[in-house]
Design a protein around this ligand. Structure first.
Ligand SMILES: *Cc1c(COP(=O)(O)O)cnc(C)c1O
Length: 364
């Protein structure tokens, strides 16, 4: 059997008719950028998250850097972020000229809230919380610290569509929630797409103006903005997928409950779920000191795996200028050396699940 770490085509075939119908509808409409599909998606996604406002954007990275731009965070400012994240989180900060200040993760792979305060300086302006792999972060202490120190909170929800902390949806705790709809995300488009959600009407309006060359009214430009518009085709296809989120979530939850119950190996650590947090399983991430051996063994059985992520941002070439050497974030670095994501996708069959479980358990 051949099992890829992710299969996006299966997610398409689950609702093929609806996707094809919507695509044809948009193609035949004659309106392709910022139209009815986008505004309907914005309304529906705001309602889904429980936010007052949503603004569609071209990508998750755009959502992040535009969020900090609108909050006025730039050169000389510091933003606290966890060390173990996808590098886009950090670029969202540094594109604006602000500096990332890294905090180590906890055992749930999210920001260790007990280590935030020691990183706060007079330059700290915001905390960027990343709900990594699909599990909601420990938001109660994060919000308390932010309030105490007068900091903004931005949430990177690129991996957490639908995940909750104490019943509240990720993306709605801070000032701005940033989402990516990159095809592999839990709510995925068929190309690039992103959005911000917020309860603040002023922020929502500023983002809508900024994404369209800083223009409210055609050819009247209020600020120097950018082009980060969501197109009608992606918005329409996202609406189809959004209407099935409950089933899609339940499908992944079923697979991961099996993994949690049936995977059993002395050298492999399974993911844990924080009390009060929900996990929407963007990835199923295990940890082992014998990672390369396990990768090669599974590869030999036709099972693909991915490392999320092999090089933490502070050790990447791109952020060499921060001057942080190996050993500066030991927990983050240890995770980078030992994490492994095993196959997980909507539409994964029972036989495929059986095969992965049996293979991992018989690793010697
Ligand atoms: C995917 C991702 C992003 C970036 O989203 P794009 O739409 O690819 O720009 C940002 N942060 C995290 C945590 C992600 O997983």
């Amino acid at each position: 059997m051949k099992i890829m770490p992710n299969r996006l085509d299966k997610g398409f075939y689950m609702y093929q008719k609806e996707f094809e119908q919507k695509a044809l509808e948009v193609l035949r409409s004659g309106w392709y950028v910022l139209g009815r599909e986008v505004s309907s998606f914005e309304e529906e996604f705001a309602a889904y998250t429980g936010s007052r406002h949503c603004a569609g954007l071209a990508s998750g990275l755009d959502a992040l850097w535009i969020a900090f731009r609108i909050l006025g965070i730039g050169p000389g400012d510091e933003v606290i972020v966890q060390g173990n994240t996808y590098i886009a989180s950090v670029m969202g900060i540094t594109i604006n000229g602000a500096s990332p200040v890294f905090v180590e993760p906890d055992k749930y792979y999210n920001m260790d809230a007990s280590r935030i305060e020691e990183k706060i300086t007079e330059r700290t302006k915001a905390i960027l919380v990343v709900h990594l792999y699909g599990q909601a972060s420990n938001m109660a202490p994060v919000m308390e610290i932010a309030k105490k120190h007068g900091l903004r909170v931005v949430e990177d929800c690129a991996q957490s569509h639908g995940a909750r902390f104490n019943g509240q949806m990720t993306g709605t705790f801070g000032d701005i929630g940033c989402f990516s709809f990159y095809p592999s995300k839990n709510l995925g488009a068929f190309g690039d797409a992103g959005a911000i959600v917020t309860d603040d009407p002023g922020i929502a309006e500023d983002v809508r103006v900024f994404r369209n060359y800083g223009s409210e009214k055609r050819y009247y430009n209020r600020v120097v903005g950018t082009n980060s518009r969501l197109d009608e085709l992606q918005a329409g296809l996202l609406r189809v997928r959004l209407s099935h989120m409950e089933e899609l979530e339940a499908d992944k939850r079923r697979i991961c409950s099996r993994y949690l119950k049936e995977l059993n190996h002395p050298d492999i650590l399974l993911p844990e779920i924080r009390e009060g947090a929900s996990h929407i399983w963007h990835q199923f991430v295990i940890r082992t000191d014998r990672r390369q051996e396990l990768i090669d063994y599974l590869d030999g059985k036709g099972i693909g795996t991915i490392i999320h992520y092999p090089i933490p941002p502070h050790l990447s070439e791109a952020y060499g200028y921060l001057g942080m050497g190996k050993g500066s974030l030991p927990v983050t670095e240890r995770y980078a050396e030992t994490v492994l994501s095993i196959p997980l996708y909507n539409g994964m069959t029972e036989e495929e699940q059986d095969y992965v479980i049996e293979a991992v358990n018989s690793f010697r």
